[in-house]
Design a protein around this ligand. Structure first.
Ligand code: SF4
Length: 470
């Protein structure tokens, strides 16, 4: 059976994927009616079935996907790392394979909006792409999409999004979809970033049919990672005064955005904000009419943050002297006492730690000493798989989603999605790496930690080669 999504992207044919929000509020029967309607549009190559959209449970995406396929629409299933550990994710992927559901959209996922217990984020999205790739090498067939947000207006947020995309591509991503946004310069920036690095991964631009209610919500930064500028909000409010409530204006904006994406060389459009096949058909037709005038339309699609960061305007990297004192001192110590390669010191410490490890009370005491030192310094949470040296001495366990390969898409001007008054930990990682001229090092893949090592000494685990590290 051919996969229209893979076929269109492989052939370089501009295509459309439509998001089907399988939230608890949408009746399943209605979703499937939409699927039937979309299946009749030849340019629509897949329906993207959400899972856990906005941080809340919805319908079972596999069941919705299988039913959509029965109605002629190829599904693309959102698979998030929320509240599923690596075994659960592997099982879901095995179920998808058994059902011949090939298209997977690998995401970190929104932080749950309810619940007393902190959720499990056993893997991050890069590790999930790795897991999918391993299963592929074992014979399962998957086409993997990933997300990226160019719509970040501080340097650390923006650069790290691109670094993380490179990691996802290296891990096996087949295509990338942008977050929602209405800024042609950012769409162009992302495309240029990949082109300059010779990365041919197809990009789909997110085209959201923006009505007044959603615009009001996104103007406050909700859902996390979605942002509507005050100018765009004012435009949408004014449009909604029209007799049709602004319907034609928002479809026109969507069609113009599609025309801009085609002009920029995107592989397709990912349409959200409407489940109405007639509206999708209108957007597709109108985007075709506008194709030749995409450049002036791009000049109009400028709802970015005034004074915000754009990669083209990046200043030369900061001088080394601006790096924090702590990472500098620790790096210096590492050079004075080399243990990352085979040295007499490493051999002596390995013997000592092996001796301690054979005596459980001594090993437990060492773990408590390690925690007493590292908790106040780094916020250590005794994961037992220390990667401080790979992350500019920022502990990844202090990220509420416990990610190891870079920030999620939910950051808001350098602030955390989950604790908004707290800076995102990845800003410090970026800034320190930039100051030391080691941004390239952030592209190193960090595997998931071995959870069974929790509450054991990472020093012992390191010297006895038990831990999980690059
Ligand atoms: S990475 Fe693990 S061991 Fe290292 S500081 Fe963080 S919680 Fe502690």
């Amino acid at each position: 059976m051919t996969n229209p999504l893979r076929a269109a992207l492989g052939a370089g044919r501009f295509c459309y994927v439509v998001e089907l929000v399988a939230s608890a509020l949408t009746r399943e029967a209605r979703l499937l009616e939409t699927a039937s309607g979309l299946a009749r549009l030849p340019q629509v190559v897949a329906g993207s079935v959400t899972s856990y959209a906005g941080g809340a449970m919805g319908h079972d995406p596999l069941r919705v996907a299988a039913a959509a396929r029965a109605r002629g629409l190829t599904p693309n299933i959102h698979l998030t790392c929320v509240s599923q550990d690596r075994n659960d994710l592997g099982k879901t992927l095995a179920d998808m394979h058994a059902l011949s559901l090939e298209n997977v959209f690998a995401l970190t996922g929104d932080y749950p909006s309810a619940g007393d217990q902190p959720p499990v984020f056993d893997l991050d999205s890069v590790q999930l792409v790795h897991l999918i790739d391993e299963l592929r090498r074992g014979g399962m067939v998957f086409h993997t999409m990933v997300a990226v947000s160019p719509f970040k207006y501080t340097e650390a947020d923006c650069v790290y999004q691109y670094v993380k995309l490179e990691k996802k591509i290296a891990a096996g991503a087949d295509a990338a979809v942008t977050q929602v946004g209405w800024d042609a310069r950012k769409f162009e920036e992302l495309k240029r970033y990949l082109d300059e690095r010779g990365l041919r991964t197809p990009l789909l631009g997110n085209v959201y049919v923006l009505g007044p209610k959603t615009a009001e919500r996104m103007a406050t930064g909700r859902p996390a990672g979605c942002w509507v500028s005050p100018e765009l909000l004012a435009a949408v409010r004014a449009e909604s005064e029209a007799k049709d409530g602004g319907r034609l204006a928002r479809l026109e904006r969507a069609a113009r955005t599609v025309a801009v994406l085609r002009g920029l060389g995107y592989a397709g459009a990912y349409i959200g904000g409407t489940h109405d096949p007639a509206q999708i058909a209108w957007i597709i037709r109108r985007a075709g009419e506008l194709a030749s005038s995409w450049e002036p339309l791009a000049a109009e699609l400028r709802y970015g943050a005034p004074g915000g960061f754009y990669l083209a305007a990046a200043r030369p990297r900061a001088r080394r002297g601006r790096r924090d004192a702590l990472p500098r001192a620790l790096d210096r110590l590492g050079r004075l006492l080399p243990v990352t390669r085979d040295t007499p010191l490493r051999r002596a410490l390995t013997r000592l730690l092996a001796w301690i490890d054979r005596r459980p009370p001594a090993a437990a005491l060492l773990e408590r000493i390690e925690l007493a030192i590292k908790k106040p310094m780094f916020g250590c949470q005794a994961c037992g798989n220390c990667v401080l040296g790979h992350l500019e001495y920022v502990c990844p366990q202090t990220c509420p989603k416990q990610m190891r390969n870079g920030p999620c898409g939910g950051t808001d001007n350098g602030r955390c999605e989950v604790v908004p008054n707290k800076p995102c930990i990845w800003v410090a990682v970026h800034d320190r790496a930039k100051a030391s001229g080691s941004l390239e090092g952030l592209k190193t893949y960090l595997p998931p930690p071995h959870r069974q090592l929790r509450d054991t000494s990472s020093w012992i685990n390191y010297f006895l080669d038990r831990d999980s590290r690059p």
